[in-house]
Design a protein around this ligand. Structure first.
Ligand SMILES: Nc1nc2c(ncn2[C@@H]2O[C@H](COP(=O)(O)OP(=O)(O)O)[C@@H](O)[C@H]2O)c(=O)[nH]1
Ligand SMILES: [Mg+2]
Length: 218
């Protein structure tokens, strides 16, 4: 009985995700779903992203949190089209919440929509939001064992990010262990090492975004 309930929830979610996907396709908007633990640096990276890309393309942001509008306030300094989704305790965003968030944005005027999911490496992975790409983000202080402990985010992400590489000299972290565990799960995975605060690797992330937006327009 419990299993049936879960299946129904996901089926319902997938129907909304398909509606979102169709709407985004019609508007020509590339949509990226950014997933990572609380504090891994998602909002910091998005602040940097907006600072560089806002002159090149039209960007919208949806940020998911259990409470507060703090991330939306941070991003609104660099972007007019920002929406905050409060889940009120929910540990992930679902497609219907994103649908409501999208309704607040001028989709036809955007090239790129980035969704900062609720900080969590587990629950958000299972929910299709209608996005074109899922990006899984880790950070150095979380430890080098996280890909092995969270295989689903590794297996299902179109791109993996390792943030806070500036902290490598200061915390125990083996890049070899991290990379080996990622590669043992998938050989084809694309992985970018970066520091959202110091800037290294950020240009590679921006290029990946530029290519994703260009592909959507083809
Ligand atoms: N040292 C270092 N700190 C970072 C980096 N990126 C983010 N932070 C810090 O990590 C903390 C959490 O960042 P935030 O962007 O709010 O994380 P979020 O919860 O994933 O959105 C803040 O204090 C950031 O300044 C980085 O590349 N290096
Ligand atoms: Mg954040």
């Amino acid at each position: 009985m419990k299993i049936a309930v879960v299946e129904n929830v996901l089926k319902h979610n997938d129907e909304f995700a398909q509606l979102n996907r169709r709407q985004l396709r019609e508007a020509g908007v590339c949509c990226v779903n950014l997933i990572g633990s609380p504090g891994c640096g998602k909002t910091t990276l998005l602040e940097k992203t907006l600072q560089t890309l806002k002159g090149e393309m039209r960007i919208g942001m949806l940020t998911g949190d259990i409470a507060t509008t703090r991330d939306a306030e941070r991003l609104a300094k660099y972007c007019e089209n920002v929406g905050q989704i409060n889940t009120g305790g929910g540990c992930h965003l679902d497609a219907n919440q994103v649908r409501n968030g999208m309704a607040q944005l001028p989709l036809a005027e955007l090239d790129l929509l980035i969704i900062e999911n609720v900080g969590n490496l587990i629950c958000p992975v299972g929910f299709d939001l209608g996005h074109d790409a899922k990006v899984g983000m880790f950070s150095v202080p979380e430890g080098d064992d996280k890909p092995a402990k969270h295989p689903r985010v590794v297996l299902e992400s179109d791109l993996l990010l390792l943030n806070k590489i500036d902290l490598m000299p200061h915390v125990p972290f083996s890049w070899d262990v991290f990379r080996r565990d990622v590669e043992s799960l998938r050989e084809d995975g694309k992985l970018i090492r970066l520091s959202a605060t110091a800037g290294s690797g950020v240009e590679e992330w921006l290029d990946w975004l530029r290519r994703s937006v260009a592909q959507k327009k083809e």
